[in-house]
Ligand binder design. Structure first.
Ligand SMILES: [Ca+2]
Length: 148
């Protein structure tokens, strides 16, 4: 699977073109421009796996430097400064790499429907409603027993 199977080539071109100047990279704007914001969590994971060149399950610092090339082969590499900032934004547990799920939330938080709660609401509305109701009932029963 290639990036253009998931995202529009025209969006990729525009997004990559917007950050050609060194140190101008803004990951939130980039992910939005490239169309990730409109994608399902499954598709975002597919994009993640394309960027994970060595298939380690993580996007390590070396891979982050070439992230733009993952979208478009003729794009520039990120500067050391941009790479560090991008890593800091996505690496919430400080292990020096970005994971596909929880650890990527710093990045994906730029994509509102991908926050964990919203993603359940989005992909499994009935489960979401069920969980909301059971949680509410539990809170009510705790309150009734005066344990809160
Ligand atoms: Ca990797």
């Amino acid at each position: 699977m290639s990036m253009t199977d998931l995202l529009h080539a025209e969006d990729i071109k525009k997004a990559v073109g917007a950050f050609t100047a060194v140190d101008s990279f803004d990951h939130k704007r980039f992910f939005q421009m490239v169309g990730l914001k409109k994608k399902s969590p499954e598709d975002v994971k597919k994009v993640f796996h394309i960027l994970d060149k060595d298939k380690s399950g993580f996007i390590e610092e070396e891979e982050l430097g070439f992230i733009l090339k993952g979208f478009s082969p003729d794009a520039r590499d990120l500067s050391v400064k941009e790479t560090k900032m991008l890593l800091a934004a996505g690496d919430k547990d400080g292990d020096g790499k970005i994971g596909a799920d929880g650890q990527a939330r710093g990045w994906w938080s730029a994509i509102p429907h991908l926050s964990p709660f919203r993603s359940i609401q989005h992909s499994h509305p009935s489960i979401f409603i069920f969980c909301s109701i059971t949680t509410s009932l539990r809170i009510i029963s705790i309150l009734q027993r005066g344990k809160l």
